[in-house]
Design a protein around this ligand. Structure first.
Ligand SMILES: [Zn+2]
Length: 350
């Protein structure tokens, strides 16, 4: 059977330092992958320019211990240039969606065992150029690049150290999500499928941005969460796929927070999916390799929105002892149990 090559395949090859020109001659290349190949090979392209200074790919993987010349050659290679362009593209999308303000926000991509490519400090994410990017080791020491690396790089690197699957990280300040971070409220659950499948959100306490303490508090959460709200600051997300996927976490969270805020203003209690319906989504999530602290929980524990006042609809008694609407369950036994608990509470308050 002929091998089908997609853009994703080409990006994986570039990331792992393979030569995309060495594709099997009978491989079927998708139209968008063919466009990328053309971009990589075209006259006047960065590949042509880089090939003049670097005739062959490095034989051994580059690490923070490689020589200055090896690091420079790697940093200026077509493979890394392609990733620099991706970072510029994601930065533009963050800025266009008003997820960043001033010089805020930063992006990092792991490009080796102990090295990462990242955005510079004091540059708007909407207007970055490939030559603005920086190469750092996992302790944050700059290895290449003329601009200084972002002051918030430690947080990205601590995520990568604690979560070996993290290949890319994105940090920004989207207003609706940041509002939840400022209020210290975890977004409620069981309302929109995309959010349940692709996001696993937690809140890290406030510390001064850029400090190792801040990075540690975030890193403590990345085992089971891919999107961290940083109290009174913003959001950081990691992906095990690629940098665009880390950016998608921002779009999904921000759209969700905005929808939840608007829904809570409509004057009606919001509806939620049932725990059984959520369970189906969690199965999909697990199959996609996305972490979630709710894997393995009992169904009745799944939709506990005890932090979220306007839309509490879970059928389980929450920590405050209140009982939410029984709408979320159709199990007569569970309904009887909820009724019994409600009666008890009512009797106590009389
Ligand atoms: Zn920030």
């Amino acid at each position: 059977m002929k091998q089908v090559i997609s853009v994703r395949d080409l990006e994986d090859m570039l990331r792992s330092g393979k030569d995309v020109r060495a594709l099997p001659t009978d491989a079927l290349v998708t139209p968008s992958a063919r466009d990328l190949l053309r971009e990589l090979e075209g006259p006047g392209s960065y590949r042509t320019a880089a090939a003049e200074t670097r005739p062959s790919a490095p034989a051994k993987p580059v690490t923070s211990k490689s020589s200055k010349a090896e690091l420079e050659a790697f940093f200026n290679s077509p493979e890394i240039h392609a990733l620099k362009l991706q970072i510029c593209d994601i930065g533009r999308r963050l800025w266009q969606r008003a997820y960043v303000d001033g010089n805020g926000g930063n992006i990092a991509i792991r490009v080796g065992d102990d090295i990462a490519l990242c955005t510079p400090t004091l540059v708007s994410k909407g207007f970055m150029k490939p030559e603005d990017m920086c190469l750092v080791d996992l302790a944050g020491h700059q290895l290449a690049g003329t601009k200084s690396r972002t002051s918030e790089i430690l947080m990205h690197l601590q995520i990568m150290q604690r979560q070996p699957r993290a290949v890319a990280t994105v940090h920004c300040h989207p207003p609706y999500s940041t509002a939840f971070a400022v209020a210290g409220v975890e977004p409620p659950t069981c309302m929109i499928p995309e959010f349940e499948v692709f996001s696993s959100v937690a809140i890290a306490p406030y510390r001064t941005p850029g400090t190792p303490e801040m990075g540690k508090l975030v890193a403590d959460l990345v085992d089971k969460h891919n999107t961290i709200l940083m109290a009174n600051h913003g959001v950081v997300a990691w992906s095990h796929n690629h940098v665009e996927d880390a950016y998608f976490k921002m779009e999904i969270l921000e759209a969700y927070c905005r929808t939840v805020v608007v829904a809570s203003q409509l004057g009606k209690p919001v509806n939620t999916m049932t725990p059984a319906q959520l369970q189906d989504l969690l199965k999909i999530k697990q199959s996609l390799g996305i972490p979630d602290p709710r894997f393995g929980l009992k169904e009745c524990e799944l939709c506990d929105n005890d932090q979220w006042r306007p839309g509490v609809t879970c059928a389980v008694p929450n920590q405050g002892g209140e009982v939410g609407s029984a709408r979320a369950t159709s199990d007569p036994e569970a309904e009887a149990l909820v009724q019994a608990i409600t009666d008890q509470i009512m009797a106590k308050t009389k």
